[in-house]
Ligand binder design. Structure first.
Ligand code: GDP
Length: 523
């Protein structure tokens, strides 16, 4: 039994794709699903994004935006592996959920537009992933367009992100003259624009193409061979240990739109990316993924915005053991036993009842209010508690009041519950006690407003304070006169004081004025 479980767990690859909007995350996800046979036609995921997709009646806001809850987790099989891709929305849909999702994966794939290089949102998400010390893979996309030289792109990884890049494959030509990809890891060449079947040509023992292959005579191929000699000599050496800790990233090149380099990437990725291993629990104990007792933690709660369906879905990352329908679990926070009758595993276009979710998989639990973000659940006798999920520093702030002063009670109830659930963060003005909401993405405010009205019958009034830089200050060093309009003094829900600076300049100005005051930033 235990061995069977281990065999299953070893096939799991659970990851998220991080990127700046428009780098090609949707396009590459779609290609991956095509390889996995989950969708048959390119355009399915894309259609979802543009709103042409038949979404379920989940959430009004989601529907309006054309995202579907079922797309939060996509699962497919490839090369004997069960792959879970967790969606990390970009654009407006960016929220704390995006960050928390990164707490539930075993690896991340960073998609970069090879013409633009590393962009701001990639940098932010990278920071969170880096903190976790998990492997990070890089896909340099849009090779069919004239982009930056591959060596520059790799150098930028080190310069801007502080991570070593190690090339796994190398372009032959680029943009208009793109001919193929030299696949160092798999010892073959992937030709650009060739039929599926004869796309891959094995290299000989000297790393050359057979002479019968026209590309072998191409001066661009000779250039690629020179580049490869150069990176072998002067580049970073492939180091599995550094990859495992996120100190080195394997770099792949390709063009998601033309389905070039994606399979080459996927083939290496499933081999190099880790299967679920272990989690630290109860402070300092190691819980192995193949421990026979089921355990997991809630990393995201998706509310159903339809007033007729008050239920929510709690997304659980299975950390150990196996999930079966009807399983009785204990909720560590309350000690309460809950029977998990109604669980769902996610496929790209439909929800499927779970039968064999094991460590690494994600299950969605229908929830009537039992769960909070960060909750631990376990099936064994021994209590299992996962470390708290980090709180992320919000960047957007709003003042909030109840529209109807007579309805303070439902306002406070809703606010408390949504804050506890982790939907949004709450602050109070230090001097006036007025409520201030903080979020990492605009969508969180909209969801908050919607849910306050629908679930708690409380209409709220919100006025934007806009973008602010939040920095905590040691209470011992605090002097309320330090606050002014450019650095609003507030307290978080644990009563810790912090400043909301108008911008980085205001922060620097403050630091110049009070050089001894130590300001800290959360993740
Ligand atoms: P996302 O915002 O990161 O999900 O990006 P999308 O996958 O939606 O892609 C953004 C735009 O870039 C779309 O117009 C895509 O068709 C285009 N795109 C994606 N991959 C490639 C590529 O490899 N080459 C080119 N030329 N365009 C691409």
């Amino acid at each position: 039994m235990a061995n069977q479980l281990l065999d299953k767990v070893k096939t799991r690859r659970t990851f998220a794709i991080i990127s700046h909007p428009d780098a090609g995350k949707t396009t590459i996800t779609e290609q991956l699903l095509l390889f996995g046979g989950v969708i048959r036609q390119a355009g399915t995921v894309k259609a979802r994004k543009t709103g042409n997709y038949a979404t379920s009646d989940w959430m009004e806001i989601e529907k309006q935006r054309g995202i579907s809850v079922t797309s939060s987790v996509m699962q497919f099989e490839y090369d004997g592996k069960r792959i879970n891709i967790l969606d990390t929305p970009g654009h407006q849909d960016f929220s704390e959920d995006t960050y928390r999702t990164l707490m539930a994966v075993d690896a991340a794939v960073m998609v970069i537009d090879s013409a633009k290089g590393i962009e701001p949102q990639t940098k932010k998400l990278f920071k969170v992933v880096k903190q976790r010390g998990i492997p990070i893979f890089t896909f340099m996309n849009k090779l069919d367009r004239d982009g930056r030289p591959p060596l520059d792109l790799i150098a930028e990884l080190e310069d801007l992100l502080g991570i070593e890049g190690v090339a796994m494959d190398w372009p032959i030509g680029s943009g208009q003259t793109l001919k193929g990809l030299y696949d160092i890891a798999n010892h073959r060449v992937e030709l650009y624009h060739k039929d599926e079947a004869d796309r891959f040509i094995p290299l000989d023992e000297n790393g050359k193409l057979p002479e019968s292959e026209p590309l072998s005579q191409d001066p661009q191929f000779a250039e690629t061979l020179d580049d490869i000699d150069l990176i072998k000599e002067a580049g970073n050496t492939f180091d599995p240990e550094k990859i495992a800790t996120g100190d080195q990233t394997p770099v792949f090149f390709g063009s998601a739109l033309t389905n070039f380099g994606v399979e080459t990437f996927l083939k290496s990725f499933v081999e190099l990316a880790p299967a679920p291993e272990s989690h630290e629990v109860n402070g300092d104990e190691e819980l192995k993924a193949d421990d026979p007792e089921f355990s997991g933690f809630v990393f995201k709660i998706q509310a159903n915005m339809n007033p007729h369906h008050r239920d929510r879905i709690a997304f659980v990352r299975v950390a150990s053991g196996e999930f079966n329908r009807g399983l009785d679990v204990t909720l560590a926070r309350t000690g309460k036993t809950i029977r998990l009758n109604n669980a769902t595993e996610f496929m790209s276009s439909e929800r499927v009842q779970v039968d064999d979710a094991v460590a690494g998989d994600i299950v969605g639990l229908y929830d009537t209010g039992n769960f909070q973000i960060g909750d631990s659940i376990y099936a064994g006798k021994k209590k299992i508690e996962f470390p708290a999920l980090p709180e992320f520093t919000p960047e957007l702030f709003m003042r909030v009041t109840a529209k109807n002063v007579m309805k303070q009670k439902s306002f406070h109830k809703g606010m408390n519950q949504l804050v506890q659930e982790g939907a949004i963060q709450l602050y109070r003005n230090y001097a006036t006690d007025e409520y201030i909401l903080g979020a990492v993405g605009q969508l969180q405010f909209e969801v908050f407003k919607f849910r306050m009205q629908n679930e708690y019958n409380s209409e709220v009034e919100m006025t934007s304070i806009g973008h602010r830089v939040a920095r905590w200050i040691d209470p011992e060093q605090l002097d309320p006169t330090m606050s002014n309009s450019r650095n609003l003094l507030v307290k978080d829900r644990y009563d810790n004081p912090l400043f909301l600076f108008e911008n980085e300049f205001a922060e620097r100005f403050f630091q110049d004025k009070y050089p001894d005051v130590k300001l800290t930033e959360k993740l």
